[in-house]
Design a protein. Structure first.
Length: 561
């Protein structure tokens, strides 16, 4: 059956959703148009078909995950994967409709009743593949879980497997990536759970099975077998109940089975924390065969609508919402970005990665996520101490605050649950220290820029030099040494030109090289000559003052007698 495609396409046209369906678009209600305003599907992993490789669209992913509203929220990722032309994107659009519905419509069960074309992820009928890669909805949905925490829910769609353009490696890579990155993987099947479906699942999850040799945790979380167009409700009824009945029979291990079949079922059970099954009825002939079908609810069979109202609210219910965990650690949107980067790099190799490489890649992503969170903590604390809005503080206090924030960041990194062991984490701890020292230099520059005396240090030094040069000139003229007086006159004009150039650079932003050179020259002269001379002069002045005070006191005593 081919009533909907599994791929989704980025919409163009700014804040308004582009229509991706034909037919009576005038019937789309205003509410459906408004809720999608500004949000659309984004390519996050793109297929390079000529090279049979994949590329991470990092800017698109950052746009989704690093938005200030979501960056530090825990995340739940629902992904749909399976064979092509089996209605994956069609299904995801009902998730969108539910998540965008009013609370009253959700609670009342009327969220599906609004008429209008089905919009969101791009879908269409037919037998040919439409797009490729992995897509994600551009705006996460904030949902409170059973603990009252706000969780960012992400919807992810994948290109269909086993089409005429994709190799087995392409199919395995897409499915493996979506399974590794999702918290709930929906395995979209047609009509039944067959042996070849289980064999494909075994291939796609091979990395997870072998990773278990180095960790006690199961590599993947929740797997839902979604059987579409189930035609045998007299054997197993629609929904979860019938699905569990079917799944128990399909995954049952008996003595009569071939060892290969037994191993296959043991493997699948060993890779996921939880496995369930849901049986969906056929959506109707109008959906399957009409070229004019555009997603109108009135054209969909009531049984299909009824089961949608069971499946989607169940998966998104706060009690059932599955948070993304890796190595037992709940991750945030910021950390999820690191896992995307690491996992896509694995699949850049010519062959699918060795099982050990997946484990090490997961350990690397663990540590990179810990580095990112710890560094963000350091930046936040230092911004409070000496950020753009904070006043100038002295260098000693700044060093103390830096050490305090650094120790907190290091403690945060060491306390995070990470794979790979302590020795593996040392290189990432060194990277954290290096990154923080680099940021500290930037904070020092910002803080020094707030010091009015420091900003006037070079101009003041040049001005004092001019005054000293003028006094020397007058002195040499007075005693008749004209050659030295003329030399002082020349030096004075050179200093005046230097001071003028410096002030021009400060206010115009030009000739920065000359300003930096003058800063370094004045600082060098101060550190190597003037500071010691000034210190000696101050000591002598204090000594002379002390002697004068003694003489004055002695004379005062004599007069009093």
């Amino acid at each position: 059956m081919s009533y909907a495609s599994e791929e989704d396409v980025i919409r163009n046209g700014g804040t308004s959703m582009q229509k991706v369906i034909s037919g009576d678009s005038q019937e789309e209600d205003q509410t459906n148009s408004d809720v999608f305003s500004g949000a659309h599907a984004l390519h996050i992993i793109e297929t390079l078909e000529d090279e049979h490789a994949f590329r991470l669209e990092e800017n698109s992913l950052k746009q989704i995950l690093l938005s200030p509203e979501f960056v530090d929220k825990k995340v739940s990722i629902i992904s749909v994967a399976g064979a092509f032309r089996k209605g994956k994107s069609f299904l995801l659009n009902f998730f969108l409709r539910y998540l965008n519905a009013d609370v009253s419509d959700r609670n009342g069960g009327t969220w599906l009743d609004k008429q209008g074309p089905l919009t969101g992820f791009s879908w269409r009928g037919g037998s040919e593949r439409e797009t490729s890669g992995i897509m994600m909805w551009s705006k996460p949905f904030l949902v409170k879980n059973s603990k009252g925490e706000e969780v960012a829910v992400l919807l992810m769609d994948t290109q269909g497997a086993f089409d005429s353009q994709s190799t087995v490696k392409d199919c395995a890579t897409i499915f493996a990536l979506s399974t590794m990155l999702s918290s709930t993987q929906i395995y979209n099947l047609s009509q039944n759970v067959q042996e070849n479906d289980l064999q494909h699942l075994q291939l796609f999850t091979e990395y997870g099975r072998l990773a278990l040799e180095s960790t006690d945790a199961k590599p993947f979380q929740t797997l839902l077998f979604l059987v579409r167009d189930w035609s045998f409700p007299y054997e197993a009824e629609y929904g979860f109940s019938g699905g569990e009945n079917l799944l128990e029979r399909r995954l049952q291990i008996t003595d009569k089975q071939h060892p290969e079949h037994q191993q296959l079922r043991q493997h699948i059970r060993s890779c996921f924390d939880r496995i369930s099954c849901f049986l969906m009825p056929h959506p109707g002939l109008e959906v399957a065969s009409s070229s004019h079908f555009c997603g109108q609810i009135k054209d969909i069979e009531l049984n299909f609508q009824k089961e949608l109202k069971v499946l989607i609210p169940h998966l998104l219910d706060p009690e059932n919402l599955v948070l993304k965990r890796i190595n037992g650690q709940e991750i945030t949107c910021r950390e999820l970005l690191e896992y995307f980067r690491v996992y896509i790099n694995i699949f850049q190799d010519e062959d699918l990665p060795e099982p050990k490489s997946m484990l090490m890649a997961t350990a690397e992503a663990n540590n990179l996520a810990a580095v990112s969170s710890s560094k963000a903590h350091y930046m936040k604390k230092m911004e409070e101490v000496c950020g753009g809005d904070a006043p100038y503080i002295d260098a000693g206090t700044l060093d103390q605050e830096h050490e305090r924030c650094l120790n907190e960041a290091v403690h945060m990194f060491k306390s995070a649950r990470k794979m790979g062991g302590n020795e593996f984490s040392l290189q990432f701890l060194e990277r954290l220290n290096s990154d923080i020292e680099e940021q500290y230099e930037n904070f020092k520059k910002v803080n020094n820029g707030k010091n009015v005396f420091r900003s006037m240090f070079t101009p003041l030094g040049l001005f004092v030099s001019i005054v000293c040069g003028y006094l020397c000139q007058e002195f040499f003229q007075m005693i008749g040494i004209d050659s030295l007086a003329n030399m002082c006159f020349l030096i004075i004009w050179m200093l005046i030109i230097a001071l003028s150039t410096y002030m021009y650079s400060v206010y115009s932003g030009k000739v920065r090289e000359a300003r930096i050179a003058m800063d370094n020259a004045v600082l060098y002269a101060w550190n190597n000559f003037l500071a010691s001379l000034t210190q000696q002069g101050m000591h002598r002045a204090i000594d002379v003052g002390h002697r004068i005070a003694q003489v004055y006191t002695h004379m005062h005593l004599l007069l009093c007698q």
